[in-house]
Design a protein around this ligand. Structure first.
Ligand code: PLP
Length: 400
């Protein structure tokens, strides 16, 4: 069992270059500083590291395999495509990695309740799972519109024992759920903790969630060294808030020969308003308590965004990704809804692996890239989750 390690932090104010920080009201500052302090303390201790690593192994099923998608690679006729199988984790995606970390931190801090919002319900289910395991009450805020759309996840959250708060204000979707969850959290930030679902939000969340997710890249790097005595030529992952991507990328940032590409949703096209390509078309701004690239109007208000993958439609993005774009260590490219659907079907029918629509963005980009590369080269794709949740939607859409 490898040791649980932590990436170097951003600066003490939580800045990655000019991005990140804490753009928050004074009443939240103390709560965030308490979380920051508790995390700094706990992450150094052997007991915490051992507990998290043990859960990763025995509960999540880590390490997740690196799988050679040989038939897919042969069909394309270029580079070899490998998949880091986060879809095989308990609960079916990478989100369980950081939810376990956050739940353990909540327990350590003696919190009486964990509060969060959820859009499509993926973060809600992963967090409700972690809270059931750790034994802390969990309260999830979800827009009424999303509740009606995402029935299986709503049912799972109820079975897992979490309290579901239906949000009917505004458009009754994710943004209103965030607002509602924040109001509930501010009632008692001493006894409650807000568990953010990606590498976004005020410091320390972007660094903390990254640390919990960085197990993905550390494993993958070791797996490649052992298998090939070599690193991949290219690594790639989809980017919504950016947690699965930074989880893979962190271990490779100093490997200059490894090309790193984050894949954003181009939706119905970058020339339409129906996309969510924040790093590709956004500009520096602030959202939900931190600075990052934002898709925004001339008043700095976030624009409505779209992706076929509901886990990717966020008008902001993690501050570290914003920084990595500016220093050009990571390239950010995009894939349309249609390319995503094609990759979803191809991976399903050529490899027998049904990917999450989010993950299918990274697969689509890898398929495009592989054609430009030689057969002895290797691309590693983070397959962030499985597609059970998307199967009915895709079948409907394609008239299957
Ligand atoms: C939530 C989700 C994502 C997007 O979140 P990131 O923070 O960008 O990783 C990607 N893939 C799957 C399977 C998800 O559930």
């Amino acid at each position: 069992m490898s040791k649980f390690e932590f990436a170097p932090m951003p600066n003490s104010e939580g800045y990655f270059g000019e991005y990140g920080g804490q753009i928050i009201p004074p009443e939240l500052k103390q709560a965030m500083d308490d979380i920051s302090l508790a995390y700094e303390e706990i992450r150094q201790t052997q007991a915490f590291q051992d507990e998290l690593m043990q859960l990763f192994q025995d509960y999540v099923g880590r390490p997740s395999p690196v799988y050679h998608a040989k038939r897919l690679s042969d069909q394309i006729g270029g580079a070899q495509i490998y998949l880091k199988r986060e879809d095989l984790n308990h609960t079916g995606a990478h989100k369980i990695n950081h939810c376990l970390g956050e739940a353990l931190l909540a327990k350590h801090m003696g919190k009486k309740k964990v509060i969060a919002e959820t859009g499509a319900g993926q973060h809600g289910v992963a967090l409700a799972t972690a809270c059931a395991l750790v034994g802390i009450p969990c309260e999830i805020h979800m827009g009424q519109v999303d509740i009606e759309k995402e029935h299986p996840n709503v049912t799972k959250m109820k079975i897992l024992g979490c309290k579901l708060v239906a949000v009917t204000q505004g458009t009754a979707t994710l943004k209103d759920a965030v607002d509602s969850a924040f109001v509930a959290y501010l009632e008692n930030p001493t006894d409650y903790i807000y568990a953010i679902g990606s590498v976004v939000g005020p410091h320390p969340f972007p660094a903390m969630v990254r640390d919990f997710q960085s197990i993905i890249g550390r494993e993958a790097r070791e797996q490649f060294q052992t298998k090939f005595n070599q690193l991949p030529d290219v690594i790639t992952a989809c980017v919504g808030g950016g947690s699965n991507a930074i989880g893979l990328f962190t271990a490779f940032l100093e490997d200059e020969d490894v090309k790193i590409v984050g894949v954003e949703p181009a939706g119905e096209g970058l020339d339409t308003h129906r996309h969510s390509a924040t790093l590709t078309l956004g500009s520096p701004g602030a959202i939900h308590g931190f600075k990052c690239y934002v898709l925004q109007d001339e008043n700095g208000e976030p624009l409505p965004v779209h992706s076929i993958a509901s886990g990717l439609d966020y008008p902001g993005v993690g501050p570290q990704h914003s920084y990595l774009k500016d220093i050009e260590r990571v390239q950010y490219q995009s894939v349309t809804d249609q390319e995503c659907l094609d990759a979803f079907m191809t991976l399903s029918q050529v490899e027998g692996i049904i990917p999450a629509l989010e993950s299918a963005h990274a697969v689509a980009w890898a398929m495009r890239q592989a054609r430009e590369m030689a057969p002895e080269q290797r691309i590693l794709v983070n397959l962030s989750g499985r597609g059970d949740k998307d199967a009915d939607y895709v079948a409907d859409k394609l008239g299957l």
